[in-house]
Design a protein around this ligand. Structure first.
Ligand code: ADP
Length: 281
């Protein structure tokens, strides 16, 4: 293990063109360090879902490559799980909470007691230990998304890919699920890679944020989020640096690499948190 910069995931000049000719992502280079929370933000249609599916090899890249722990990914790796936005379609309605959470573990061929431990721990960690025998349709939307997250946690992934996972729930539930995700990262040491169009959410959760251009997408900026942890919905979101970061990213969204820098407020010194890209300030 390289202890100086331990990159678990490297995405190198990735492109994806669909068979109908649509070039969804043009040229994406980014990396994720072990234990880090990284978000990718971009406008709707920027190729965020395409990017995540290509990263975990559900789609084949048209150019470029993805490496996990230094090995090029050519089929979905067991160290990676993907949590979708649409829990209603990702859960099996005919299986209980326990049934849904245990489903992917059948591939792991574990002894029954070890499997039960993983399932019970995951269900407890998402706060559903009073509902193991419930069916998805007996649970609220937020609880169903907790089942989807528990299923991912039970698999004990090294890295969790999250595709707009909180977009289908109300604002309060969304905040609960955000904090749950931060707790799970802490408790199980899972590296997180989130795609979202919600800039505030990306800043609240992350250590770094990559900003995508409109499609065909490339990275226009890489922004460090030096806000203290543990994060807190009220304190973090009202911190002046939180507002500065979300406003800066907001101004970068919609830009392309070759766009001229247009000052929208008097030119300030380059913000310290901008690692890559041009400030739109
Ligand atoms: P986002 O997640 O940022 O909203 P997507 O990755 O869903 O973006 O889509 C990026 C582009 O790729 C869009 O133009 C979309 O219409 C197109 N696209 C997505 N899936 C397919 C597909 N299976 N076949 C052809 N084009 C697709």
């Amino acid at each position: 293990m390289n202890t100086t910069v331990d990159r678990i995931l490297e995405v190198d000049r990735l492109a994806k063109r669909y068979s109908n000719g649509t070039l969804a992502i043009e040229d994406i280079t980014l990396d994720v360090k072990r234990g880090e929370f990284v978000a990718i933000v971009g406008p709707s249609g920027a190729g965020k879902t395409t990017l995540l599916k290509t990263i975990c090899a559900l789609l084949t890249p048209s150019a470029g490559q993805v490496t996990l722990d230094g090995k090029v990914i050519s089929s979905p790796p067991p160290e990676m799980v993907l949590v979708f936005q649409d829990y209603a379609r990702s859960l099996f309605p005919w299986l209980t909470v326990t049934g849904n959470v245990s489903f992917p573990l059948r591939k792991k061929h574990l002894p029954a007691d070890e499997k039960k431990k993983l399932i019970d721990e995951a269900i407890r960690a998402v706060g559903l230990d009073k509902f193991p025998a419930h069916y998805p349709w007996q649970l609220s939307g937020g609880m169903q998304q907790r089942v989807a997250i528990a299923r991912a946690v039970a698999f004990r992934p090294e890295i969790m890919l999250l595709d707009e996972p909180f977009a289908s729930v109300d604002a309060l539930t969304r905040a609960d699920l955000e904090d749950l995700t931060l707790r799970l990262r802490q408790e199980f040491g899972i590296t997180m890679l989130l795609v979202t169009h919600d800039i505030d959410e990306a800043v609240y959760l992350s250590d770094r944020v990559f900003v995508l251009s409109p499609p065909p997408s490339h990275v226009v900026a890489e922004v460090a989020i030096p806000l203290a942890r543990p994060r807190n919905q009220e304190a973090t979101r009202s911190d002046a640096r939180f507002l500065e970061l979300r406003n800066s990213i907001h101004r970068m969204i919609g830009r392309r690499r070759d766009d001229p820098v247009v000052p929208v407020v008097p030119m300030a010194a380059e913000p310290a948190f901008l690692i890559r890209g041009e400030s739109a300030i």
